[in-house]
Ligand binder design. Structure first.
Ligand SMILES: Cc1cc2nc3c(=O)[nH]c(=O)nc-3n(C[C@H](O)[C@H](O)[C@H](O)COP(=O)(O)OP(=O)(O)OC[C@H]3O[C@@H](n4cnc5c(N)ncnc54)[C@H](O)[C@@H]3O)c2cc1C
Length: 307
């Protein structure tokens, strides 16, 4: 089906609680702040709306991509891919007895950390990381020693099976360094966590300390999507150290450059296109492979660019 047909069908088959935007600026969808447009961007404001939308997209064979804050996503030419975001209905956090926490997938990660701290739960290892709870769970966000999924007991999600949309609560799932694996996952709608209580002041101190550490070592104020590559498991050096050892800090391609502060960050320092970022990433990966025989894997998720 052509993109204009999909647009027309979406406009005709009005599904309640969906905000639909045509030719939407992608600079508003990712922290890379790149220029360009995606043909269809939809905010789903209820679970029923989400299920109806997914049923329509699945039955019409239309591709889709869920985005949270876009702090780990490089968006290129979306073509016929519909970009979907969960709206305010999925933005909540609840605290129950026994250290049980429930968070909606569109809850802002910073808000999540602070609300947890107020309730004596320490998620300070996530401090300074932009994103949503759904995005963070999907990539098992964290630091070198802790990650979000370490504390996730179950995940409520929509899965696709034989073109049917199933709402499920998954207790057994695989996760590891920057990944979560749930077969046929369409979207995470909320997560259930368990954490022991800690002293509040201690958590606030940890948050402050972690933000200061991040500010000192990462370009938090520029347009980027965090670490571009995963740290290779077959090397003692991190991806950043490998790239830095090639003297690549500051190296630029079009409007994209390798951060002076952290060699694993690619920045849009001006009018970078998604292709500039993508091509620069290919150059980096090529040089690292040539020099060290190590194949860097993307940590950033890439939509609409060949990879
Ligand atoms: C300055 C900076 C520092 C960072 N530091 C860190 C760090 O220390 N550690 C770290 O782990 N990350 C870091 N990141 C990366 C990023 O912030 C995290 O990965 C974050 O959790 C991504 O959340 P998001 O909502 O922005 O995800 P998005 O970029 O929107 O999406 C990321 C992935 O999650 C999927 N996704 C999003 N929402 C859902 C959903 N509801 N259901 C299913 N899938 C979904 C997307 O399809 C995509 O595959 C950093 C980024 C920046 C810009």
């Amino acid at each position: 089906m052509e993109i204009n047909e999909i647009k027309t069908l979406l406009a005709i088959n009005k599904i309640d609680n969906l905000d639909i935007f045509f030719d939407y600026e992608i600079r508003n969808l990712s922290t890379f702040r790149l220029s360009g447009k995606c043909p269809i961007f939809i905010i789903a404001n209820s679970e029923d709306a989400l299920i109806s939308l997914l049923s329509f997209l699945e039955s019409s064979g239309t591709g889709y991509y869920f985005i949270g804050r876009g702090s780990n996503t490089l968006i290129g030419d979306c073509g016929k891919t519909v970009i979907i975001k969960l709206g305010k209905k999925f933005d909540y956090i609840e605290f129950n007895d026994g250290g049980h926490i429930t968070a909606g997938a569109s809850c802002n990660l910073g808000k999540f950390i602070i609300k947890c701290a107020k309730n004596k739960y320490d998620f300070s290892f996530l401090a300074g990381i932009p994103g949503t709870v759904g995005g963070a769970a999907s990539g098992n966000c964290g630091n070198q020693t802790e990650s979000l999924c370490d504390y996730v007991e179950s995940i409520e999600c929509l899965r696709i099976s034989k073109n049917k949309i199933l709402k499920e609560k998954i207790k057994l799932f695989k996760y590891g360094y920057r990944f979560l694996k749930i077969d046929n996952l369409a979207v995470i709608t909320r997560i259930f966590l368990k954490k022991d209580e800690t002293e509040r002041e201690l958590i606030y101190n940890n948050i402050r300390e972690n933000i200061l550490k991040k500010k000192a070592s990462q370009p938090l104020g520029s347009f980027n999507c965090g670490c571009f590559f995963k740290n290779p498991l077959n090397s003692k050096k991190t991806a950043g150290e490998l790239i830095d050892s090639l003297g690549l800090k500051g190296f630029s391609y079009g409007g994209a450059a390798i951060s002076i502060k952290h060699a694993n960050f690619i920045e849009n320092y001006g009018e970078a296109t998604s292709e500039d970022i993508y091509n620069l990433s290919k150059i980096i990966a090529g040089l690292v492979n040539e020099r060290f025989r190590i194949k860097l894997e993307y940590e950033v998720k890439i939509v609409g660019l060949e990879n």
